[in-house]
Design a protein around this ligand. Structure first.
Ligand code: ZN
Length: 211
């Protein structure tokens, strides 16, 4: 914790003074264009991997970058998505998974989640991704299967997003676009879902670059 506290002090003394104008501007409000839904994993740093400035990303994080399908149940993720779309009028939603995701490993092996009833329930929102991955890559095991599950989970959560009324309406009106990404920790690369290829490709090779 000492390192973290020292970082806070260094931010105030060294970083903040260099960006006074930005922080003054942000002090009276935010208008991000992008809602990023990603994993709580400590190795995923949305600001770092996108090189976004403060104020540019509205971020929802949870284990497994999961979006529960819309229901009458009030949850933090659902409320945050509703606020981002309904109030902030964000126009782009990115669901970003990542390599070596512990939540995806848990979804693949729910028997290992004894004593973690809420984790188990939460990861049930990813079960369909495990089944789809096993259908699409029947011979995959280990890291290969985990990669497939991670990708299918991103696509599944994009489907879940479309059950949220404000998101569905925004897509229908052409106001909102959805993006599926997987961040490769080892290679510092983002793979983006390319609908034409029905595959996750290096972001530089996809239509995302021109978007
Ligand atoms: Zn994760």
């Amino acid at each position: 914790m000492k390192k973290i506290v020292e970082g806070v002090l260094r931010f105030k003394e060294e970083v903040y003074p260099q960006r006074l104008g930005l922080f003054k501007e942000l002090s009276s409000g935010q208008s991000p264009e992008v809602l990023m839904i990603t994993c709580a994993d400590s190795r995923v740093d949305p600001g770092l991997i996108t090189q976004a400035e403060p104020g540019e990303l509205f971020i929802c994080r949870n284990a497994g970058n999961i979006v529960p399908p819309y229901s009458q149940h009030t949850g933090g993720n659902t409320a945050s998505i509703e606020f981002a779309v309904g109030v902030l009028k964000i126009s782009e939603i990115v669901v970003c998974g990542h390599t070596d995701c512990g939540a995806m490993k848990g979804a693949m092996n729910p028997d290992g989640l004894d004593g973690l009833p809420h984790v188990c329930n939460w990861l049930s929102h990813s079960h369909a991704a495990v089944h789809v991955a096993k259908e699409k890559t029947p011979n995959a095991e280990g890291t290969e299967l985990l990669k497939s599950v991670t990708e299918q989970n991103v696509l599944l959560q994009l489907q879940h997003l479309k059950t949220h009324p404000l998101v569905a309406a925004g897509i229908a009106a052409g106001r909102i676009r959805l993006h599926g990404w997987v961040y490769d920790i080892e290679h510092g690369e983002v793979l983006a879902y390319d609908a034409a290829a029905d595959a996750f490709l290096p972001l530089a090779d996809t239509a995302e670059v021109a978007a």
